[in-house]
Ligand binder design. Structure first.
Ligand SMILES: [Zn+2]
Ligand SMILES: [Zn+2]
Length: 307
């Protein structure tokens, strides 16, 4: 399979000279299995450029394209590129959108909401492509062409899910957004008052976090590539554990426990400059025998049978 990064930032886009090398667009990763339909993970602002390329160079331009979009969760930095995804405005194209099922609202309504007239000029019902929604139950497994997909719950406000994509004798795990699984359990509500360092966890919360961590380790098991939320430094995490993001040390710990091969730092903090990211990467590489890379816009990797 081929893996290409189109957006690697967390929270909000940050174009400019300080972020040119790693890129300023928010989360979007393209997976191309050999002989299978395209899989896109998350629709941050990086999706816009992918859409332009699909229209210019593939069957999407003539309205014969089909892609599957796996959404980790519907925070802005994971869906904001969708209204600007050109293949949606070409009749005949098909987009299948997947995300975690919620009790309080439907996925189609959440996606359509950001196109309402207060925010955007074209209502979602007027896009020309055929769009289908599929809501996933945590732990669900399914297939997209030759690719086997599974998902696991993460520790993040309003709850995000991670995906494992196995195809062409290779495995990619996409794990964002999530806090580590030790200090705080984050569920449906935003927690306004974070725990103080050393505050004990309720036993039932500790049990839930333990189960969540086991699920994520299983999801990453033997992966060729683990793409992981590493927005925070340990100091930043200590003051904002309730925001639901991890540090590179957490990504490495999970990837090592899972026997993965390569871990990609991802969902970079918007305020982190390219030079600062270089420094974070160098420090990480001294802490593990795993291969560690920092995801960058336009980086393309070939795994499994493409290698
Ligand atoms: Zn995010
Ligand atoms: Zn989020």
């Amino acid at each position: 399979m081929k893996v290409r990064f189109w957006g690697v930032r967390g929270s909000y886009p940050v174009p400019g000279p300080e972020t040119n090398r790693y890129g300023g667009n928010t989360s979007c990763v393209e997976i191309r299995p050999e002989g299978g339909p395209r899989i896109i993970i998350d629709a941050g602002t990086g999706l816009r450029k992918l859409g332009k390329e699909l229209m210019a160079t593939t069957e999407f331009g003539a309205g014969h394209g089909s892609a599957h979009l796996l959404v980790s969760h519907t925070h802005w930095d994971h869906i904001q590129g969708l209204p600007f995804f050109a293949p949606l405005y070409q009749a005949g194209n098909r987009l299948h959108v997947y995300a975690r099922q919620r009790d309080d609202t439907r996925l189609g309504a959440l996606i359509a909401a950001q196109n309402e007239s207060h925010y955007f000029s074209v209502p979602f019902e007027q896009v020309k492509a055929e769009v289908q929604f599929r809501e996933l139950v945590e732990g669900e497994q399914f297939e997209i062409g030759p690719a086997r997909i599974s998902c696991a719950r993460l520790n993040h406000p309003w709850i995000a899910i991670a995906y494992r994509i196995a195809t062409d004798d290779a495995v990619v795990a996409y794990v964002t957004d999530t806090a580590p699984f030790r200090d705080i359990l984050i569920e449906q509500e935003f927690i306004h008052q974070p725990p103080r360092p050393g505050d004990p966890l309720k036993p039932e919360d500790a049990a839930k976090l333990g189960a969540m961590r086991d699920g994520v380790v299983r999801l990453c098991e033997g992966a060729d590539l683990v793409i992981y939320d590493t927005q925070f430094t340990p100091e930043e995490y200590a003051s904002r554990p309730h925001w639901g993001h991890s540090c590179p040390e957490d990504a490495i710990e999970i990837a090592e426990a899972a026997g993965a091969r390569t871990v990609a730092l991802f969902h970079h903090a918007p305020e982190r400059s390219d030079d600062q990211l270089d420094q974070v990467l160098t420090e990480c590489r001294g802490k593990t025998k795993l291969e560690v890379i920092a995801a960058a816009e336009s980086l393309e990797m070939e795994l499994g049978r493409w290698r």
